[in-house]
Design a binder for this molecule. Sequence first.
Ligand code: HEM
Length: 310
Amino acid sequence: MTIFLLNVYHTYTPLEFLLKSARKYGDCVSLSVGSIRIYLFNHPNLIEEVLNKQNQNCIKDISYRVLKEVFGDGLLLSDGEIWKHHRQLMQPAFSSERIAGYASIIVANTAQMLTTWRAGEIRDIHREMSQLTIKAIAQTMFGVDVTETVLEIGETLDTIMLHYVRQAEMWFLLPIWLPTPGNWKAHRATKRLNEIVYGIIDRRRQAPMDDLLSRMMRLKDEDGNQLSDRELRDEVMTLLLAGHETTANALTWTLMLLAQNPSAEAKLVAEIRSVLEERLPTINDLPKLRYTEMVLKESMRLYPPAWILA
Ligand code: HEM
């Protein structure tokens, strides 16, 4: 079934539109925008076909290119050989041993954040979760403490993403070079973020450690070439966004859902008390926190932090 996108873009938000299309037309919906044909897949087998079985025949959608100014050739936007090479370089940072090492940093940051919370006060949970996850990414991936710039990093990334999401909601992208107020604001935010990210790269160059960024700086390919500052910047920017926004959104929605479902919250608290008693969690506790895992998965099912990829 082919439907014409331009006839319906005023009626629904993108998420409503995708949901209604899938409910009405099924597992594979074909959409036309002018001469461009888009297929919407809504079944796990079809999605597996694209991401896994047929991935040699698929490239990332051209709509991602508008984000090039911000994320360059980082993993999220790159394809082919560049993607493969950088992906291989970064893969060891996500081994189970490394992740176990990150857990203690994340727990320590969370415990520190909670010492500043007081019973009965009103807090902007999304802002708190963003700061928590930005600090976690910076410390675990790049070995840096960004306490002083965390607010600015969060705000500049939000400005940039909001700009692109607003444009996507209009189903229309203004050329990046047009001097509109939105483009100008996003451009200024990107410039400031560049300064912060190059600052992180400089700090690691001067004092290398055992983090992902230091390892990426040391690596050489078969021809002896190392990653340039620009390539490092693209990956740092990508990890900052991909690693913090998704996790912050997942945590924010989960806390909202728990506030709306007191019986689920009581069950979660009971499990945590029984497994941890009064101590802080470690990675070894995760298999025992079965209900906690179910809560997080249900929250991500209801409110997927990354709800579209093309
Ligand atoms: C709830 C948490 C998360 C969710 C739901 C999530 C979801 C996703 C999705 C759907 C993609 C594919 C995007 C696309 O190709 O268009 C992706 C890619 C990626 N994510 Fe995550 N993510 C999460 C957490 C993280 C974290 C914590 C990190 C870093 C520490 C991270 C780093 C990345 C990177 C680098 C990519 C690009 C990978 C590649 O193309 O090779 N993500 N994520």
